[in-house]
Design a protein around this ligand. Structure first.
Ligand SMILES: Nc1nc2c(ncn2[C@@H]2O[C@H](COP(=O)(O)OP(=O)(O)OP(=O)(O)O)[C@@H](O)[C@H]2O)c(=O)[nH]1
Length: 343
């Protein structure tokens, strides 16, 4: 998801963020602004939860905590992007401060000239020339205000662009670059959301959530026999199958070198097992060919799968541990099989 806030919306967010920011112990700078902007816009649940927990203890955010929140929930992006965004905020805020100061000076000058003109009127100067001078001052004031408006509009555009960059970089940081599946961090976040009491992510549609772990069998041998590049090709092929079978509301992730997870809603254990069996069969039945060597026979690629139900009340770690035990049993039992460990 990308930020698509209108100028009006980002102004609203700016207005909402600034008072919250100023109540904290941290200085007002681009990093604290980013934290509070994310907080008020509501698109960053983990940040919101962390800030709310802090505020619930009536603790204002100090410098150290603010930077921690930024690093953990916003800047988990490459340092180059983080630096660019930070520089961008500095620029935008400095520009806004300069514009406001300019407008302030101009307003003060306007006030002075009004006082002078009213004094002139009182001492019977030529009223025509006084009115002309008044007209000039008003025109100056109008153009200062127009410049201010333009600067603010430019600043807002720049903020939107920077927000887009942060969101995009964060999005990228949740994707596994080899397969395009969710990565370990995205998987952990989703599991935490569920274990944190929000209910399974797909609870609205189906209260039954299952976790399936899959591990490619004898993958070291595949790498050793056909090379690392072919190993990568196998990983991608397995990922594609998981993606194909992922039910709506589920999450398919690559959580280790040759280990995958599928978080899925299913009506009951039988349905979850059927889906895992389909995944297993599809992979075992695939013919993955080496690029440029279409005729070469490759040994069958298989996966072992461990499946368990995610029960309300379970911690994320407990569910993963149970699925891991089920996977281990599949390996011990001869591989290329599904084991369901009842909760
Ligand atoms: N090509 C490739 N290989 C990887 C990647 N990540 C991990 N590996 C390899 O995956 C292999 C995993 O091997 P093991 O954990 O020993 O297990 P295995 O050979 O799959 O055997 P079982 O799991 O017991 O069936 C190691 O050789 C790693 O080097 C990757 O991104 N690409």
């Amino acid at each position: 998801m990308r930020y698509e806030h209108s100028i009006e919306r980002s102004t609203e967010l700016l207005r909402a963020a600034l008072p919250l920011m100023s109540r904290q112990q941290s200085a007002l700078h681009p990093i604290s602004y980013a934290v509070w902007y994310e907080y008020v816009c509501g698109g960053n649940p983990s940040l919101r939860e962390a800030v709310d927990a802090q505020l619930a203890q009536h603790q204002a955010l100090d410098e150290v905590r603010t930077r921690e929140l930024f690093t953990r929930h916003i800047a988990e992006i490459d340092p180059g992007t983080a630096q660019r965004v930070s520089d961008g905020f500095s620029r935008v805020l400095t520009g806004m401060a300069e514009s406001a100061a300019l407008a302030g000076d101009q307003t003060a000058r306007f006030g002075d000239s009004l006082s002078r003109l009213s004094a002139d009127l009182l001492v019977e100067h030529d009223p025509g020339s006084t009115l002309l001078a008044l007209q000039d001052s008003t025109r100056d004031m109008q153009s200062a205000m127009a410049r201010l408006q333009q600067r603010l509009a430019e600043s807002q555009r720049e903020i939107l662009q920077l927000r887009d960059e942060v969101r995009q970089a964060r999005q990228d940081s949740l994707i596994d670059s080899l397969t395009g599946l969710a990565n370990r961090r995205a998987f952990d976040e989703r599991m935490q959301q569920w274990a944190g009491g929000d209910g399974p992510p797909h609870a609205g549609a189906d209260p039954h959530a299952f976790l399936m772990l899959a591990d490619i069998d004898h993958f070291k041998r595949v790498n050793d026999t056909y090379g690392h590049a072919f190993g990568d090709q196998v990983i991608k092929a397995v990922a594609q199958v998981l993606q194909q079978f992922m039910p709506g509301g589920g999450l398919a992730a690559r959580i280790g070198g040759e280990e995958f997870a599928l978080l899925m809603p299913a009506a009951d254990a039988q349905q979850a097992r059927d889906l895992a069996e389909q995944v297993r069969r599809r992979i075992a039945g695939s013919r993955i060919r080496r690029q440029g060597r279409a005729d070469e026979a490759i040994e069958r690629i298989t996966v072992s799968l461990g499946l368990t139900r995610c029960r309300p009340g379970d911690s994320a770690a407990a569910v993963i541990d149970r699925a891991d035990q089920a996977l281990y049993q599949s390996k011990q039992g001869g591989r290329d099989r599904v084991t369901l460990l009842a909760a």
